[in-house]
Write a protein that binds this ligand. Structure first.
Ligand SMILES: Cc1ncc(COP(=O)(O)O)c(C=O)c1O
Length: 398
């Protein structure tokens, strides 16, 4: 039996259902005709009013995770799919990605694959901490707000010590106060400082700011962990050598994100201090993070790391965010909340405008109460999307 499916309010297309052939098929056909009529009329109405349905799904600014796989990563994936290959990381793609990382960072380092950023952060922290340790991080860090307690769980109880600071960056004076407040044996011992680069608010630590945090860590014999889910955006923004904001100034571990840069999945955990990566492979396997067909995580990474695609993608995303922010400010008179230094734009927007934009199909999220919303750009953001969004926001500006 064929029935019609409604597609984004614009066309009616046919799909097949198994033919039941049983009694009552006539009435099913009748109700289907009514259904068809309703959706055809609805489609016509949507076209006439120019209103899009909620499910028309304009996800362009909702997250950099909503982007597709970039063409270079996709091509590399296809190439890896041509024939069989060794499993569990014994393949040539895994080896080549690790070699490329050592070239790009200009140092010998240990490279591991995990499926996502939460695993990268939590398992690398577990490698650095005992249960009686603590981790200094920003109060708005992904570790604290978005990882469902994975760092605490996988470290078997290490505590997150939260520190404030403007624009998502750790304030060292506050970090010092927090450490000073720890009561020797009676508190968990501060063991790691973790920052995100770019931060969760789309800001970037300058080289000297990272160096100051590294110094803070070194002075207290703490490790320095860097959540680089958007590390590519940070490098594109600072236009510096990757080593300049990592191992050269004292970062011990970097979680390097590929997902937001153009792969489907798969982040890298990079240990610059090879003494601390000992047996990390066992930790990954036990946590279910050793991919048997790991070449399908590695190959897209090779696509990113060849011919500077990772930087091109990040530059594109950052540039789109800059243009979006400028147009929001100039044409829609919208307040931009944090400096736009990577690929996110945080805006202050009133509830009626937000509701109206959602009704026009735009997906995006509130990040800070009562009215701060996040708009993300990615490697695939187009100027057309930006113009469409600006046009709708101007129209909806209550
Ligand atoms: C700063 C930061 N770290 C890590 C992650 C990775 O999270 P996930 O586990 O969803 O890949 C994200 C994703 O949004 C992030 O924004």
């Amino acid at each position: 039996m064929k029935i019609a499916a409604y597609n984004f309010g614009e066309q009616v297309e046919e799909i097949c259902l198994a033919d039941s052939g049983g009694p009552g098929l006539g009435s099913v056909r009748q109700s289907l005709s009514v259904f068809l009529l309703v959706i055809a009329l609805e489609g016509k109405l949507a076209k006439q009013t120019g209103k899009r349905r909620m499910d028309s799904g304009r996800y362009g600014f909702a997250s950099d995770n909503t982007a597709a796989i970039c063409p270079e990563a996709w091509a590399a994936l296809q190439e890896a799919n041509a024939k069989s290959a060794p499993s569990y990381g014994e393949d040539c793609w895994t080896a080549r990605v690790s070699d490329r990382i050592r070239e790009i960072f200009e140092t010998d380092c240990d490279v591991y694959f995990v499926f996502n950023g939460t695993a990268a952060n939590a398992l690398s922290l577990a490698q650095l901490c005992q249960s009686f340790h603590s981790i200094i991080c920003h109060e708005y860090s992904h570790l604290q707000t978005d990882e469902c307690g994975a760092p605490e769980f996988l470290t078997k109880g290490s505590k997150l010590l939260l520190v404030g600071g403007a624009s998502g960056k750790i304030d060292i004076a506050q970090a010092e106060t927090v450490v000073a407040r720890q009561n020797e044996l009676h508190s968990q011992e501060p063991r790691v400082v973790s920052i995100a680069q770019a931060t969760e608010f789309g800001t970037i630590y300058a080289g000297n700011e990272i160096a100051a945090i590294a110094e803070f860590a070194r002075a207290r014999e703490m490790f320095f962990h860097l959540d680089g889910a958007r590390f590519a955006n940070a490098i594109a923004s600072l236009n510096c050598a990757p080593k300049a904001i990592t191992w050269e100034i004292g970062v011990d571990v970097l979680c390097f994100g590929g997902t937001k840069n153009g792969t489907a999945a798969g982040e890298l955990v990079i240990f610059f201090n090879k003494e601390i990566s000992r047996e990390f492979g066992y930790r990954l396997k036990q946590a279910g993070q050793l991919g048997s067909k790991i070449r399908f995580l590695a190959a897209p990474w090779l696509g990113l790391l060849t011919n500077g695609v990772w930087l091109k993608n990040a530059q594109h995303a950052n540039g789109a965010a800059r243009r979006l922010a400028d147009r929001l400010q100039n044409e829609a008179k919208i307040d931009i909340v944090f400096p736009v230094e990577a690929n996110s734009v945080f805006v202050r927007m009133n509830e009626p405008s937000v509701r109206d934009l959602h009704a026009r199909g735009w997906h995006f999220y509130k990040f800070i109460e009562p009215d701060v919303h996040r708009l993300m750009c990615s490697w695939s953001t187009t100027d057309r999307e930006i113009s469409d969004f600006i046009a709708d926001i101007v129209a909806s500006n209550h």
